[in-house]
Design a protein. Structure first.
Length: 83
């Protein structure tokens, strides 16, 4: 449903009454900065997603045989003090 031009004019008049003509340039500038930051963040997020999707998956680190360091160690205690 399109927004009727009369509604836009009514909203602008209400904003002008609430904030006054002196603050309107500041509000416009702040809104422009916020929109710029939002666009920048969304484009960076999109670039990150596309780069991660196009990257080749890497093999997990560790032994190729699937054994871990814990299973490769001996079962004897580290210090045996039998006299």
């Amino acid at each position: 449903m399109p927004i009727h031009p009369l509604w836009i004019v009514a909203i602008l008049v209400i904003v002008l009454i609430i904030f006054g003509p002196g603050r309107l340039p500041e509000l416009g500038s702040a809104a422009g900065k916020a929109m710029r930051e939002f666009r920048k963040a969304t484009s960076e997020l999109g670039n990150d997603v596309t780069s991660s999707m196009s990257a080749t998956p890497q093999a997990p680190a560790g032994n190729a045989a699937g054994t871990s360091d814990a299973s490769a160690k001996s079962t004897e205690p580290a210090s045996s003090t039998k006299n």
